[in-house]
Design a protein around this ligand. Sequence first.
Ligand code: CR6
Length: 829
Amino acid sequence: YSGERKAKAERILGLMDGFLKNDPVSLQKDILEHVEYTVARSRFSFDDFEAYQALSHSVRDRLIERWHDTQVYFKRKDPKRLYFLSLEFLMGRSLSNSVINLGIRDQCADALSQLGFEFEVLAEQEGDAALGNGGLARLSACQMDSLATLDYPAWGYGLRYQYGLFRQVILDGFQHEQPDYWLNFGNPWEIERVHVSYAVKFYGNVEEEILNGEKCKVWIPGETVEAVAYDNPIPGYGTRNTVNLRLWAAKPSGQHDMESYNTGDYINAVVNRQRAETISSVLYPDDRSHQGKELRLKQQYFFVSASLQDIIRRFKEAHDNFDVFPEKVALQLNDTHPSLAIPEVMRVLVDEEHLGWNRAWDIVCKIFSFTTHTVLPEGLEKIPVDLLESLLPRHLQIIYDINFNFMEELKKKIGLDYDRLSRMSIVEEGAVKNIRMANLSIVCCHTVDGVSRVHSELLKSRVFKDFYELWPQKFQYKTNGVTQRRWIVVSNPGLSALISKWLGTEAWIRDVDLLTGLREYAADADLQQEWKMVRKVNKMRLAEYIEAMSGVKVSLDAMFDVQIKRIHEYKRQLLNILSIIHRYDCIKNMEKSDRRKVVPRVCIIGGKAAPGYEIAKKIIKLCHAVAEKINNDTDVGDLLKLVFIPDYNVSVAELVIPGADLSQHISTAGHEASGTGSMKFLMNGCLLLATADGSTIEIIEEIGSDNMFLFGAKVHEVQALREKGPALKTPLQFARVVKMVRDGYFGFEDHFKSLCDTVEGGSDFYLLGSDFASYLEAQAAADKAFVDQEKWTRMSILSTAGSGRFSSDRTMEEYAKKTWGIEPCKCPF
Ligand code: CR6
């Protein structure tokens, strides 16, 4: 600065005490001030929730300081930035994660204890930010943590839903959905930016105009909605860098529709305006398919348009033409949900910036990359042309033009192979004409990433075979990863401290490959003893939670066997339940003297079913019906318990994962694109019982197949097995347990009939019957291993030791180097 600005800056500096201090006394002062001035309670009398609010605001202040420094530094350096576009972010709670990444966890705990509060208790006051469905959304959250930690100049963009993923309430064993109005008690982790807002347009029509002698298209929109930014600072660990997750909320536009006001219907005019807010009001709760809903399409365009206006504004602040746009901007599409960004960039560059089609297209082809998260063709998004035409008429024209050029180019390469041309076309012809968003993304992105190796192989050999043959170089994969900060340090502090003690350093929290150092101590009796102790404490915590939630008392000596994830037929929770019935049946039919040999088990299942997914809901009901029977059978007692954990979410996962002995990842091979839950369990020293699917295949390479319990058909065998249909051999035990369900052994036989029909009579699409025998063998192997606690503990240590490759730090580094071309930009302060 110079002159007047310099004098002003100096005066401000003179008034400042410097950065906020992190010693316990300074923290106490800050907390008390927030109690008084932010929460507006008396410093002399406030409760746990108010203390949580005040503490959060004190932490937020520190986040803001770092956020400012980081943004100023990025602005000064102007590096190539990554913009990560995702319709879902499953952030969970922020307090514990923030204080750990800021390095002030212990100071906060000290400060609070002197004020008579306990950090852990306050952390429990926070609700989850559940702006996502499952794996894809939590992956985005893990990746943001890694991007910040690795100092990458990244921004996340998404939607600020007022209602997150529904709350699951179980009544008589049936799932009911309740709205999650998560903002009810305020959200100290976001900063509302009333001045960062953009007009987003919908509907209307396209007209032609002559500008400087050239024809150009002008979109005359029919409706305008305002997008307002809410910033969520994401702190890195062991760095000052704090990146931004900017979420958009819809607000009525400032531009008034004079017509309706003038007609004198003031109340209705206001109510209509208010409707704009519905765009960002609710998250779609189905992660299987999204087809043809106008509101969904509006959400997609709303967040894409606002984000791009923001990105282009930032770019234009530093550059006066678009020549270097591809050197400064990388746009990552998290699945096809944000793929309207492609025609939107074309529209802005061609219609508003008047760059000309070819130049705009050249830019588009350089800036976009796309990651797909699904294996199933039916999971690929389609948008009905009619819908697009009415909501975004100009975008439809642009998509048609892109497709026309693509088809012409393709014809030159492959000739008039009409079958192939129609398979690859962005436009799907038929009774209902659709836009295939995956085809659009593949045509326009320079890279198409899968989320595990086998996923990418399936994309290349099946789902996108035609495209792979055309552009083999576009297809890559980056195996998913999760952040060890949240999934070990935050959620399992006991194990975290133990790891640091034995490795002699905390450096693994940033450099997770160091975990392999545990391998040399895996058989060390002292480490084993301490490892078991930590795990026992975690099991106690989980047992208390189970009792509080379900009233079931469980024995700590039992094996805690966990399957927590969304309920899906392909994830085969039904297979798990049927094997639990088999176990129960075996115990019941055993001689009393043999029961001593039974390894006691607590089977824990948790997960939400999409509200319209009937079969998944029946699986939940079956779980409860079976649990009711088993848990009330005093004859079986502690040998077997089954509990369903309701309302599974990120915070529940943080509690359950550290306490699990065994976890199940048992999808029919070839169906789970990656799976990330397994990685969290692995990091926490939980053994896996799994099929060779998704990222499990790579986990086997890291820890060895003898360090886990594998079973089931392999990816390449599934097709042939399916073709056998009714001729498939299924074991007698399978028929027996299904019959027990059919015959009403657990009640509700009418209700369960259609569920049983999905696995019998030749219709067992997910191969529960044919995998049953090998599943039972794997279960038996797990029982046998559990009896030998020394062996089990060694396997547990080796699991953690081999988990480093599944850190999102590794994933983000691979993307940065191979896909985005970005480099770290570390804030020096
Ligand atoms: N449902 C995949 O099914 C993968 C995550 C993250 C999923 C899952 O195997 O681990 O994405 N896919 O890549 C989608 O959401 C479309 C998921 O979470």
